[in-house]
Write a protein that binds this ligand. Structure first.
Ligand code: CMP
Length: 142
């Protein structure tokens, strides 16, 4: 089915200047960008976005990393977009990510792992609504 998902290019990958290389992978996989914004997250943004992880031991480090520099946030659409984006990203821990995935190629650690992607249709909707108003996500061109 055609789905939407959220992708965040994290501060480490933005700092490496590889936004375009990551976008090219989305496009080559048939994912279309319907909306995008570059943003310096506030502590409240990061805590709200990752609220589901608030009891995890890595939460404070995660919030601190995600607010350490600008991120690039995009809504991706395409056939099986949620799973497809997760395949492109590779495992959360780049040391375990398959060769050729975004994390294998651009990430250095489980904390600084280059990208985030929604893990389910339910969370994709919550995450898109967290960052994008209705008028900030464009309809497909065709
Ligand atoms: P992300 O997909 O953005 O979701 C939460 C993030 O927490 C995850 O990527 C990792 O960067 C980070 N993290 C740090 N330690 C862990 C861990 N042990 N398990 C899962 N995520 C972790």
């Amino acid at each position: 089915a055609i789905e939407r998902t959220i992708s965040i290019i994290k501060p480490d990958a933005v700092a490496k200047n590889v936004i375009g290389q990551i976008y090219a992978r989305f496009e080559a996989a048939g994912l279309t960008i319907l909306g995008a914004k570059m943003k310096q997250l506030t502590k409240a943004d990061a805590e709200g976005f990752y609220a589901v992880h608030s009891e995890r031991p890595f939460f404070n480090d995660l919030v601190s990393f995600m607010t350490s520099g600008p991120v690039m946030i995009q809504v991706l659409e395409g056939e099986d977009a949620i799973a497809k984006n997760r395949e492109l990203m590779g495992a959360t821990n780049p040391a375990e990510a398959d060769a050729g995935t975004i994390r294998a190629d651009f990430a250095q650690s489980i904390d600084e792992n280059a990208v985030h992607g929604s893990d389910s249709a339910e969370n994709a909707k919550i995450e898109i609504d967290f960052f994008f108003g209705e008028d900030e996500v464009c309809p497909r061109l065709r």
